[in-house]
Design a protein around this ligand. Sequence first.
Ligand code: SF4
Length: 395
Amino acid sequence: MQKGSQTVTERSAPYDVSPLSQSRQGDMACETLYVRKHVQGGRLAESGAAARGTEIHRILSVYIDHLVRTRRATDLEVFDSLLKSVGAEAREVLERFRDNHAFDPERILATELHIALDENFLPIEDPGGEGRTAEYEGTLDLVTLHSVTEAEIDDWKSYYQIIDADTFQSQFYPLLLMCLNPSLERVKFVLEFIRYGASRCAEYTRKDLPWLKELTQTERARQEDLHKLASRGERELKASPGRHCTWCPLLLNGCPVAETNPYGQMSAEERLRFALWLQEAEKHNTRVLKDLMVERGSVRYRDENQTEYVADFVPMEKKFYPYRDAASILDQWFRAHPDERALRDRLTISGLSSPLKAAKRAGLAQRLADIADVRVETDLRIGRERRNGREEQES
Ligand code: SF4
């Protein structure tokens, strides 16, 4: 049952709760961070990473709007002139984007599309101007319509790490778009890691709307509870360290758990030194442990809770199928079982990268490069940097 808009205003007014957005939801991971930033307010310094992100979003929005106006797929001259106005960090990220992105201007619905919904998930054209209060909002970087029923949301990320599209944002933005446009049956949400030219995506259909709404309402209720908590002052706000500390302005000045917060105890450089020490210590310890176990076998240890731990040499069977024989067997199988097409499409061959580096196989390497499915991922690499700038894996 839909509630009247009057109820919405009455319920929200005492706490002056801003609409739930993906960034506010992110800040809710720590009560102290959220209240300091969104209840007590005040101007908090923007981090370097946030400033870089803002610059990148501005340039891409101006560029894509230009492509739509001029009905072009790319315009590198204009892109290059826009690049002149950004800082070195943003330019480094955007230069990659320059060469691997083209658009179909006819399909682009909007850039920086701001969507506001009321508590019944109905769109509000003019937040604050219709007597209805926005409870949910988001600004979608790029929305492309593939058909009347299918759309895609692209979200630009300049992160250094590639992450999966399983965040609150990846669920929240398709919800916003499907509520704005009732004809959409399917929405694809794409995280575009423009630094690497890689992406990760998630898809939702109208059938997902009930649980997406429920999830969003739960987060909205948590947000309202935080405002109530802050205004009543019934108890101390919790401070919960986590990844969000990396963008929290209180990290170095005012974090209530500064003494134990792992994010504030060491600088990034100190963390790297510590990681190198741990790496060496782990290698050394494992070597000695293995030597001890060669003669005496497994080692057991029981903690005070009677939980037992064991180090043991365990035989592991790893199967390798020789290409020479396996290829023809698989071919026969797939010919006899057409319903196994999905399995055939998933099969890949490993162990080729090294042999393909040989000069005599350049032709083969070229042919295989055309069919290779390249998936870019980010691995944490800790090692020695060579003088010529290349990095070397330590372990
Ligand atoms: S630095 Fe402290 S206040 Fe800020 S998010 Fe982390 S735990 Fe919360």
